[in-house]
Write a protein that binds this ligand. Sequence first.
Ligand code: GDP
Length: 429
Amino acid sequence: MLLRPRPFLLQALKPLHSSRGPLAVRRTLSAHAAAADAAPRGDAPPPAPRTRHKNSRTPVPPRVSVSTALFFPPGVERDAAVTEEMVLPGSNIVVGPYAGDSRVKEAEFIGCSAHARDCPKDDRPEFAVLGRSNVGKSSLINALTRRKEAALTSKKPADAAPRGDAPPPPARTRHKNSRTPVPPRVSVSTALFFPPGVERDAAVTEETVLPGSNIVVGPYAGDSRVKEAEFIGCSAHARDCPKDDRPEFAVLGRSNVGKSSLINALTRRKEAALTSKKPGKTQTINHFLINKSWYLVDLPGYGFAAASKTARMDWSSFTKGYFLNRDTLVGVLLLVDASVPPQKIDLDCANWLGRNNVGLTFVFTKCDKVKKGKGGRPEENIKEFQENIKLVYPEPPPWIMTSSTTGLGRDGLLLHMSQLRNYWDNEAT
Ligand code: GDP
């Protein structure tokens, strides 16, 4: 295919010598010109902008002397007569006949890939942006796309899929224009959770730990976006749940902990978990199919004061039956309200799951809520909660701080779920 562009890096590294004759070049040129709005008509390179407009706020950098070693783009012979006006200001780049409409009208974050083989499979050309940390990569991507947070998405932990086997570095700081807060990093001296694929004695830097959590990101972390969420149905007993082999995560917590809000935040659907909204009433197991590949399961909330004693008793046998019999259960997300001091009912539940070897992740909710006085700070409540469960959990279970109000921890939690799920999909079955 004549017009297939070469990857940018190769092009930049290899001086281009056209192997095609002028006629072939002209033909490809006219084909390209038809597609590009402002493509040049003819063989002559278009002049680059000459001066800074007097009202323009964009400074025009000084022109580079044509005696500089120039980069000749495709379509310009190396011995072509080049004037300073044909060279992009502040660069060594000659503008050639393939230059065309370069405006960025749309920019959409498509996703992250753990391996080259997972990258989009369509034939669209792409440019890779590379550089050491802090070089200004995100800012450049944002400037090119004219989106304040375009590159922020790819900096959030959820999108920081690993490249190769090494855990990826999650986002470093909160972007000053970002509305999604990035929680404080947890010191690596914290009792960390090492996911499948990461040795317990692996060298872990703070950057490989999901912000606001003790969760190390490992090589199984992958695409964690929720593209589709479909309510599949509710089951009165574990035996009535979907019978296919898809992995699932159960969401559990006492009434009013923020379970519906979290499910809605994870699925980005305002009303996904509306069925569970009436405290103490929904005594069913609700399955949401995510991306047609895994389930998020909404379990009845426990401990609602208005539920009758019998209803609470039923909850126990009913939900316990689910935990003990559900083979496709990858893990439980046990929601704990971080805006209040540890509650006995949550500790009892955590201890029961621990004793029965049901894998769980503590999802601390409402971490945006800070009240005055003792027990008013989420960090303190979380620490105290962890102290309380140490006896049953000598190995630290994973935990993460979230807020459905601000979006805190959402992407990190999804990334963590992706690493557990991918491990389950690939190794555990
Ligand atoms: P559920 O009974 O566990 O499903 O809890 P809901 O999701 O219905 O939430 C209970 C209450 O807590 C509602 O008033 C929510 O608006 C509030 N809530 C839920 N999540 C958060 C959060 O992250 N931050 C704050 N400040 N409030 C929350």
